[in-house]
Design a protein around this ligand. Structure first.
Ligand SMILES: [Zn+2]
Ligand SMILES: [Zn+2]
Length: 632
């Protein structure tokens, strides 16, 4: 589509119209008015989902953005709420002097010391850390402020959220949120009944707004930084995905600004999260994967540390796109026997195999089997790469890599993220984390082979044009199912955990307000048993070692384990990639500049405007914000 030509025919220079154009602002205002929780009307296209549960859920989401505890006057009311299930450790309002005392108490109670406790005063989280760490963090913050001076004008950095090999992430107060920025682009426009509505909910006027600043180390390859930022931009409007607010550079320093999401360390909750909470975890995660995969992006590093989950709210956000890559469209890159991702087959499919190939593979397998009967100090390893030269992407974290990554598949798809998500489900079901502790890819393959068996592993190796040989006795020919593996690891699997008021769904009660609601009934033995059965069936599909048969995220969301037929059809909330969906034909990408453009009707006919990444996204069967009035 020659958008550039089209644009140049306009004398009014439509390219000057930016995202902050008044028309967009007006739209945003209308949208926000129409979608604020108190304003539901029956002509809302999704009002069919306005069940009491949804209302309650929304009210709860809205509560996430309520004022900080210390702005609440200390009264009996708030003292009571300090003990209520939703706010298990609210420090009473405190001035700076006695805050340390309170922080000390919180620590002594064995509560979260990394500052992610939901009830913690978000601005004071650093004070909950050991003195030595505080000093180290303060020094780092000082260094960041010196290195990227333009941060100081707009943000007040208050804590460190995490440190990785390639970056560190800090928490800051966004000083310009209410008066300086147009936040519409990154807030997006998820409908109120979408589980991702929290991303679109603007912060109330009086609230302090927290953001996360990711400082990408200068040692990082520039191409890699560019890749991460551009992928994040492309993933705007994806559900449960960390949104890029902005990014900038000062000399050799690059920082990315994202919304801050409250979360808790996985190790604190994975053994005790109720089944409903586990379902919420995976609904959010698979929605995130569905949306990014639809944009041709593979995350490559799905693991608990990269999924910010708030176990009280039951909401999670996929973050850290530092290792993310784009799927190579269509054909296989190496000499695998399956294709790469296509629209119809996002996880590829096994193509026609020539007789010559079959003979060759059979010969290789015979040789490999013979070898595996020898006594050898090389206990087990994938044999002979038949392909010319392997340049397979192996990025990821040990223990989470899918078999095809370990086998250096050259046509990797989003299926690798689904496998990693399956590994997380294994942690929940077995009650063990971590589970796999290999030192290298070979050991990792052996760990998987011990479970799925030698025969299956041979077949999988063949799929990626490799052979698998082992003489390790613990690798049985047929292996066991994931279900059996889980049952052996966790004898208490069928016992429902005691309902814990710290965790969703037992936590989301607004007991201090006028509408006290009761906690949901905890599941009885039978319900819990059925849920576990369903989870185990689900597990076999998301951990299918054959990547072409592994569930896609959409299939995962429609499996009985995650499906909510009475209130949520995922397709209806799916944000289409730019240019797809009902109004797709009115969207185009400028071939020369790669800019996103939409065609809109005006009083004088037609106009084309440039939009930013995240704008002009059609959701489900609804048109994007620019084409609401079109008769489609
Ligand atoms: Zn392959
Ligand atoms: Zn549109």
């Amino acid at each position: 589509m020659a958008a550039a030509n089209f644009l140049s025919q306009h004398s009014s220079n439509p390219l000057e119209v930016s995202a902050s154009d008044p028309r967009n602002r007006l739209y945003r205002q209308q949208y926000m008015e129409a979608t604020m929780p108190q304003n539901y009307s029956s002509d809302d296209p999704i009002s069919g989902f306005d069940t009491p549960e949804q209302e309650e859920y929304r009210a709860h989401i809205a509560g996430l953005f309520s004022k900080m505890p210390r702005t609440v006057p200390l009264s009996q009311e708030s003292a009571k709420s300090a003990q209520n299930p939703e706010d298990p450790g609210v420090p009473p309002p405190a001035d700076a002097d006695n805050y340390e005392e309170v922080a000390q108490e919180v620590q002594e109670e064995g509560s979260d010391v990394d500052g992610s406790e939901a009830s913690t005063d978000e601005e004071m989280t650093i004070r909950l850390k050991p003195q030595e760490e505080q000093e180290e963090i303060e020094e780092e913050i000082g260094d960041l402020e010196d290195s990227v001076p333009q941060l100081n004008e707009d943000y007040r950095i208050i804590d460190r959220l995490g440190t990785g090999t390639f970056s560190s992430v800090y928490k800051a107060v966004d000083l310009g949120y209410h008066r300086k920025w147009d936040n519409a682009v990154w807030h997006g426009r998820h409908p109120p009944s979408s589980s991702a509505f929290y991303q679109s909910l603007p912060h109330s006027q009086s609230s302090k707004v927290y953001i996360a600043i990711k400082r990408i180390y200068v040692t990082s390859n520039p191409e890699r930084i560019r890749n991460e930022i551009s992928i994040m931009e492309e993933c705007r409007m994806c559900r449960h995905v960390s949104q890029l607010i902005t990014a900038f550079r000062h000399n050799d320093q690059v920082v990315a600004i994202m919304p801050y999401h409250r979360n808790e360390d996985f190790r604190h909750f994975f053994r005790v999260l109720p089944m409903e909470g586990i379902k919420s975890y995976f609904r959010c995660l698979f929605r995130a994967l569905r949306d990014i995969h639809a944009r041709g992006v593979i995350h490559r590093d799905v693991k608990p540390a990269n999924f910010l989950f708030d176990p009280r709210a039951g909401i999670g956000t996929l973050c850290d796109f530092g290792l993310a890559s784009r799927m190579e469209p269509g054909a296989s890159l190496g000499a695998c026997l399956h294709s790469g991702a296509t629209r119809e087959k996002p996880h590829g499919l096994v193509g026609p195999i020539s007789q010559e190939d079959i003979e060759h593979i059979k010969k290789m397998q015979r040789e490999a089997r013979q070898k595996s009967s020898w006594t050898s100090d090389r206990v087990g390893y994938p044999e002979k790469d038949l392909r010319p030269l392997s340049k397979a992407n192996r990025a990821g974290t040990r223990g989470f890599r899918a078999p095809e990554v370990l086998l250096k598949c050259g046509a990797q798809t989003g299926a690798i993220d689904v496998w990693s998500a399956g590994v997380i489900l294994l942690f929940f079901l077995t009650g063990k984390f971590p589970l796999f502790q290999s030192n290298d890819d070979i050991e990792a393959l052996m760990e998987i082979a011990v479970i799925i068996g030698k025969r299956k592993m041979e077949r999988i190796a063949t799929l990626h044009s490799r052979t698998f040989a082992t003489n390790v006795p613990s690798v049985s020919p047929d292996g066991i199912t994931w279900r059996d593996f889980v049952a052996r690891q966790n004898p208490d699997l069928m016992t429902p955990p005691k309902p814990d008021p710290h965790y969703y769904p037992y936590s989301s009660r607004d007991t201090s307000a006028d509408n006290p609601t009761s906690s949901p009934e905890p599941p009885d033995q039978a319900t819990h048993g059925a849920d576990v059965e369903s989870a185990l069936d689900f597990l076999e599909h998301v951990m299918d070692p054959d990547c072409t048969k592994r569930f896609t995220p959409r299939q995962a969301l429609y499996h009985p384990f995650l499906l909510e037929p009475e209130k949520y059809e995922d397709d209806e909330y799916f944000p289409h990639p730019f240019g797809e969906g009902v109004c797709g034909e009115f969207h185009m990408i400028d071939e020369e500049t790669d800019e996103l453009c939409v065609r809109i009707g005006t009083d004088d006919g037609e106009d084309v405007i440039r939009v930013e990444a995240g704008e002009g996204i059609a959701i489900g069967s609804n048109p994007c914000e620019f084409h609401q009035d079109l008769d489609l």
